[in-house]
Design a protein around this ligand. Structure first.
Ligand code: DON
Length: 574
């Protein structure tokens, strides 16, 4: 029996084993619609949490000029492109979950990158059939067609109050006048110095005088300022056509990439229906495909909703959460991809009935070996993606995760543009049975195709309760999903924004079959109990950069917190 047939038989067994009435509660996944959450009252003041204080301040500046949360989001994202290029930028893409207070509409704005029309999977294979990591992680072959510029234009046109020019002004100012890079950026440049040196425009931008900028030096990026100005003045036309597009295509092709002018001209933002579900009295609104995050979070919460977690000690509680993670990540690898290209059984994956079946396969105090269900080994990816959360005075909310993928993306800057390209092509399942840089496997559903979006783990989310609401998200490759899940659980347990951002974390992604643990997350007795249940615990250092804003409807108090693991972030209430 082939693996997939075997899996389907197993799933059928699980479905038959499941109790309860069938309820296909998954939202339609292709309709460009939106969910509605009941509008709450106005908070009357605003809050922003982002990974960089200059980006938070840029958002606050735009709010004080009369902008709303969505204008502020444009200011934050574009400023991050300048001051935190190791994580995100206009050469990358984002996924944004928005709540519009005026009509209670929740919508997911997908500004994810796409594969160029000339994509060829053979580019990512060595002659012996092994993965060519250099081509999937470095240089122009690793770069998808950027979605972030179109996403920023879309936010301004459809949701903002201010002209795009006003919201991009802080980023343009910082790029033109300069800023002092923080230690994290300097560290990222030093880590990627070897790759940056390969491309003259990358070296010119990141290695002035052949070295990373000196600590404390002011760093200017006039080429990116110019590219942002063209975007501000001309919208999509200013990036996907004309001067910038011509420079991008010329630079990519000269260095062996496969982009064409038609790829840039064809790029479109997609609006999608968020995934939403009820969990313990809260409405969870989260990311649909081409993110795998929302499907996995919903599957995990649906499984957990059948357990009384409050009655359990920490070891048993963690055991159940890990077993739910294991099962959700298995489905992630098998089924998920770009909804415009693949049919996914979302009604099944999001159904409480399906979760009932999975729940019954979990033993109360014994780990299920992942090899009973199959996969591979993850590398520690570090934190190179960025998330920010905003609530404005009217109750508009923006939860946005933005990325160039690996640290400093492809390390390839297109000559004359200041645009650092992403290396998002590695998020496709490029080589059968071989994991990507985050240890994730995939199936045909996530195989690269012309114009297709690569699967993401980005999980910008809202947790909406009668008394409290949270806007939450995180970077972290495959751990994004579990970090956001644990943030949601901590919020529902009553923790405030600061405690949620600081919360110690753990992660399981089915394969490798181990629980990645942050130092101090479990006391020795819990660690011992988990080991006795058959779990393998593996220390992991890279966690966080969660940025959370919470809103207490009873007191109308907002709180904003940036992950204390990184000093450069700022959560601020205005
Ligand atoms: O979209 C994704 O899932 C990845 N490109 C995110 C990468 C990331 O979070 C890097 N940080 N560790």
């Amino acid at each position: 029996m082939s693996f997939s047939l075997h899996r389907r038989a197993l799933l059928l067994g699980l479905l038959l084993a499941g109790g309860g009435a069938f309820a296909a509660d998954g939202p339609p996944h292709s309709a460009p619609a939106a969910t509605m959450t009941s509008p709450a009252q106005r908070p009357g003041h605003a809050a922003i949490a982002s990974a960089n204080f200059q980006a938070t301040n840029a958002g606050l500046e735009v709010l004080s000029k009369g902008g709303n949360a969505f204008d502020a989001a444009i200011a934050v994202a574009s400023t991050l492109s300048v001051v935190e290029p190791e994580s995100s930028g206009i050469g990358g893409g984002f996924m944004a979950l928005l709540h519009r207070a005026a009509d209670g509409r929740d919508v997911f704005v997908d500004a994810r990158e796409t594969a160029p029309a000339a994509v060829d999977s053979k580019d990512y294979l060595n002659p012996d059939g092994s993965p060519n990591r250099d081509h999937s992680l470095n240089g122009p072959l690793s770069a998808g067609i950027p979605g972030e510029p179109a996403g920023l234009v879309w936010l301004a046109q459809h949701y903002g109050k201010l002209p795009l020019k006003a919201s991009l002004a802080p980023a343009i100012r910082l790029a033109r006048d300069g800023f002092t890079p923080d230690a994290r950026l300097l560290g990222a440049i030093a880590d990627r110095q070897k790759e940056l040196q390969r491309w003259p425009a990358s070296a010119a931008k990141f290695l002035p005088g052949g070295q990373p900028p000196a600590a404390g030096a002011v760093w200017r990026d006039p080429a990116q300022a110019h590219t942002l100005e063209l975007l501000a003045e001309q919208g999509d036309q200013g990036f996907y056509h004309g001067e910038t597009a011509a420079k991008l295509v010329k630079a990519v092709q000269a260095a062996g990439g496969r982009w064409s002018a038609a790829d840039l001209a064809a790029y479109r933002v997609k609006e999608r229906t968020p995934i939403s579900l009820d969990y313990r009295g809260y409405k969870i609104v989260t990311a649909p495909p081409p993110s795998s995050g929302g499907v996995a979070i919903a599957e995990i919460l649906n499984i957990l909703s059948g357990f009384d977690l409050d009655k359990l000690d920490q070891a048993h509680r963690v055991h159940l959460v890990v077993e739910a993670m294991r099962r959700a990540f298995r489905d992630h690898n098998d089924y998920l991809g770009d909804p415009d290209f693949v049919k996914m059984p979302l009604d099944m994956l999001l159904s409480p009935y399906y979760a009932d079946g999975l729940r019954q396969t979990i033993l109360p105090d014994k780990a299920t070996p992942s090899s009973m269900l199959p996969m591979s080994t993850a590398r520690d990816p570090g934190m190179h993606t960025t998330h920010f959360s905003i609530i404005d005075a009217d109750g508009n909310m923006a939860s946005i995760t933005s990325t160039v993928n690996y640290v400093l993306g492809s390390t390839f800057v297109a000559e004359g543009t200041g645009v650092l390209l992403n290396d998002e092509m590695d998020d496709f399942a490029l080589v059968p049975d071989k994991p990507n840089v985050y240890g994730l496997l995939g199936s045909e559903a996530n195989a690269p195709k012309p114009g297709k979006r690569m699967l993401s783990s980005m999980s910008p989310s809202f947790v909406i309760g009668k008394e409290r609401t949270a806007v939450i998200g995180s970077p972290g490759g495959s751990t994004i999903i579990t970090q956001v899940l644990e943030g949601i659980l901590a919020f529902i347990d009553g923790e405030d924004a600061g405690a949620i951002a600081a919360h110690k974390r753990f992660h399981h992604q089915y394969m490798p079959d181990e629980i990645a643990v942050e130092q101090g997350v479990f006391d020795p007795a819990t660690a011992d109990a988990l080991t006795k249940m058959g779990h393998t615990l593996k220390p992991r250092e890279a966690w966080g950069f969660m940025n959370v804003v919470t809103w207490d409807h009873r007191s109308n108090k907002l709180e904003a917190a940036s992950d204390p693991r990184r000093p450069s972030g700022l959560g601020k209430v205005q």
